[in-house]
Design a binder for this molecule. Structure first.
Ligand code: SAM
Length: 227
């Protein structure tokens, strides 16, 4: 394992290092029984899951309420929570099996303020409008779908922090969808992971006013006629 990557992930903090180690071991052992992630080696987990998730850490303010949709194995939420335990997370994940895994991770790492909801994001968004300071997601949907599923849940002034593969289309689509939801694209942070091909980015969108009540629309309409 590359020492530089470990020290970037753990920030030289022994307690965090122990938690990342425990999480990695648990993820890889559960992954043999249930299909949680396509990455099956320790180096890959530290680089493509832990380090990638932490590339967005500067965008989250301590102590704030964060919604994550499509958590899967807990990315980016679990690394962000290990890094800053004051973040108050709600994870919305459609798969019951993955929710059970995430609840076990919560227990394993002794997290509080870490709620796991087995629900679809489009249903959750209808009943939890204007509640969160931040919303986030990685590898869940394209930008217009992601914006419609998550931005209604933000408080006015709150921010969406979306982890994406970089493409100009992804950015222009996010900009257009955000506007329709009374939000504004305020930053695109482009980055690469060491020795991993492809440019990635974090798209940051800020909510300027409440989203029109019609959003999110029923899921078939979201997909059929993206914003
Ligand atoms: N975010 C994780 C990551 O970056 O490794 C998991 C990504 S995985 C490709 C997508 C996850 O989103 C799956 O666990 C799937 O069950 C979940 N998902 C997809 N659509 C969803 C929806 N509408 N509501 C809630 N979860 C959803």
């Amino acid at each position: 394992m590359n020492d530089e990557i470990i020290s970037e992930v753990t920030a030289g903090d022994g307690v965090k290092a122990e938690k990342f180690k425990k999480f990695c071991e648990y993820l890889l052992s559960e992954n043999k029984k249930f299909n949680i992630t396509a990455i099956t080696d320790t180096d890959g987990v530290y680089l493509k899951h832990f380090l990638d998730s932490l590339c967005g850490k500067v965008f989250f303010e301590s102590g704030k309420k964060v919604l994550e949709i499509g958590s899967g194995g807990g990315f980016p939420s679990v690394p962000l929570k290990i890094n800053d335990e004051s973040l108050d997370f709600t994870l919305v994940e459609a798969s019951a099996k993955k929710c059970a895994f995430l609840n076990s991770v919560k227990e394993l790492l002794g997290f509080s303020a870490f709620k796991v909801e087995n629900a679809r994001a489009e249903d959750f968004a209808k009943n939890n409008r204007e509640e969160f300071d931040f919303v986030t997601a990685r590898a869940v949907a394209n930008s217009p779908v992601l914006c419609e599923l998550t931005l209604p849940c933000l408080k006015t002034g709150g921010k969406g922090v979306f982890y994406k593969n970089f493409s100009v289309t992804e950015i222009t689509d996010a900009e257009r969808a955000a506007k329709k939801l009374n939000c504004e694209l305020i930053e695109v942070h482009r980055y690469e992971l060491p020795e991993v091909p492809g440019e990635r980015c974090i798209i940051v969108v800020q909510k300027k006013a409440e989203c029109p009540a019609v959003y999110p629309r029923p899921y078939n309409k979201i997909l059929k006629k993206p914003l």
